[in-house]
Design a protein around this ligand. Structure first.
Ligand code: ADP
Length: 494
């Protein structure tokens, strides 16, 4: 049996390939950035060929560097930037247009129209999503409407639609496979997450012929083999999950109530809700976590728009720090927040406030406040916003979380992790392998080909690097959180 699993992690700014061994350790990694294309304000595109080329090159590079032959790779797992939309010609394999990236706002008015027609209720009920330009559905409709002849070609069965996983597998398989997994399908706004099928009512509404759609498969099974010419031998492609779902899997959050938070530019929180597709009353998204085995499992998802980005702003906007890591020493150099709260509502407020017009503020300033307090407040803001979302998840799911597993660049900051534990009153757990997204894709692929036996084996393998126990008194925790809620109330637009 082969010794390695290869994870392809196709992100928004770069493609990466990571090789894992049987213990789930990283053996090699390669990464390549590719260009961001901004044709107009608010529009974002990627060249699908650049995505494919960088992803293929990284895979080749990591195998070469590690001196691992394709025959020694048991399977490939794929994880990807979600929602980004590609349409290509089935015959030639050539894209008909650049990929429309998840961040792109060009279809906002289509979404406004859907809301006006109250169609957003149907979308909410069937897909678990809010009606937003973020998701693939209206991006696909836009391509069919705006690329000359596209809708006619689509109706004739000549075009294929895919999210990035689908696009990569099509190329990896030499044009043979046209598949996606349930986790990616659940982000298209076209997929009924309970009935587990493309939703005809939504397809009809957006005039999308079902001939363009990929086949939806589980997140852990052999979908295809790579073209033998690519890596020197055929490798089974055996795992797919969208990046956040892959991270939840890579954090071994396999039981209902287990959750992970990724602290990067923003925060992405997901809570496993088991076989229950929980309807949110607080504006969180309901999404498919994965299907790996008999049952489809679901998750609640909430995001914080500005997290680490507030620290970047201290560095690049205010210029009161030189590097992000130095905020840790600054934060611990003062004994408390001195009443200073930083609400980084630079682009409005997400769950549970949903206020697009809100803007940021630093409140509670007195003569005694220093830049250390402001740095501390920026770190604390990540934790407060995370608590806001965790409260929503607990309310929606009726599950009390026992711990929070964390990853992402900002979790290198011990002050942040400890403060997060204090503020939630539950342990915050940082794993040894923080490449949880790639690891999740590797696990899904490895399980499908018997490289790993089952999730128990993986759970045992998943290792804690550091566990932050809550130390703060409950009264203090609630007093601080109350201060945050008051600060938020001052920036709200209504
Ligand atoms: P992304 O994938 O969103 O680009 P990363 O996971 O690479 O983000 O994390 C980078 C973010 O984390 C940046 O916004 C940066 O300001 C923040 N960050 C990185 N290191 C630290 C640190 N030690 N303390 C606080 N914030 C940090």
């Amino acid at each position: 049996m082969a010794d390695y699993i290869l994870a392809l992690d196709q992100g928004t700014t770069s493609s990466r390939a990571i090789l894992f061994d049987r213990q789930g350790r990283i053996v090699g990694m390669a990464q390549q950035e590719f260009p961001q294309i901004y044709p107009r304000a608010g529009w974002v595109e990627h060249d699908p060929e650049a995505i494919w080329n960088t992803q293929r090159d990284c895979a080749l590079q990591v195998l070469n560097q590690a001196g691992v032959a394709a025959t020694n790779v048991a399977a490939i797992g794929i994880t990807n930037q979600r929602e980004t939309t590609v349409v290509w010609n089935r015959e030639t394999g050539a894209p008909i247009h650049n990929a429309i990236v998840w961040q792109c706002r060009r279809t906002a008015s289509i979404c406004d129209d859907l809301r006006k027609q109250k169609f957003d209720r149907i979308i909410r009920r069937d897909t678990g999503l809010v009606t937003d330009a973020y998701f693939s559905g209206t991006k696909l409709a836009w391509l069919l409407d705006n690329v000359r002849g596209a809708r006619k070609q689509a109706k004739a069965g000549n075009l294929a639609f895919g999210t990035i996983d689908t696009w990569l597998i099509n190329r990896l398989s030499g044009g043979k496979a046209h598949v996606t997994d349930v986790s990616n399908a659940s982000r298209t706004m076209l997929y009924n997450i309970r009935k587990e099928r493309w939703e005809k009512a939504i397809l009809d509404k957006l005039d999308i012929p079902d001939s363009v759609l990929p086949e939806v498969r589980s997140s852990s099974e052999v979908y295809a083999e790579t073209d033998p010419g690519l890596f020197g031998a055929a490798i089974p492609i055996a795992g797919i999950a969208g990046d956040q779902q892959a991270a939840l899997f890579g954090q071994a959050c396999y039981k209902p109530g287990m959750m992970k938070n990724t602290y990067g530019t923003g925060c992405f929180l997901l809570m496993n809700t088991g076989e229950q597709a929980t309807v949110s009353k607080t504006g969180l998204l309901t999404t498919v976590a994965w299907r790996a085995g008999e049952q489809t499992e679901y998750a609640l998802e909430g995001s914080v728009f500005i997290a680490g980005a507030a620290v970047q702003w201290l560095r690049d906007g205010l210029g009161i720090i030189a590097t992000a890591p130095e905020t840790e020493g600054m934060a611990t150099s003062v004994s408390d927040n001195h009443g200073v709260y930083f609400v980084p509502a630079f682009v409005g407020l997400g769950a549970p406030y949903w206020d697009q017009e809100a803007r940021g503020a630093i409140v509670g300033l007195t003569r005694g406040a220093t830049r250390a307090h402001i740095a501390r407040a920026a770190l604390e803001a990540m934790a407060y916003q995370t608590r806001d979302v965790v409260e929503c998840m607990q309310k929606d799911s009726g599950i009390k979380a026992k711990e929070l597993r964390v990853d992402g660049g900002a979790t290198r900051n011990d002050f942040l992790c400890q403060f997060q534990a204090d503020l939630l009153g539950i342990p915050v757990v940082r794993p040894v392998i923080t490449e949880t997204t790639a690891l999740g894709a590797a696990y899904l692929a490895g399980l499908a080909v018997g490289f790993w036996k089952n999730r128990n084996e993986i759970s045992r393998q998943w290792q804690v690097e550091k566990r932050f126990e809550p130390k703060m008194k409950k009264s203090e925790r609630e007093r601080l959180y109350q201060g945050w809620l008051e600060a938020v109330s001052r920036v709200k637009s209504n």
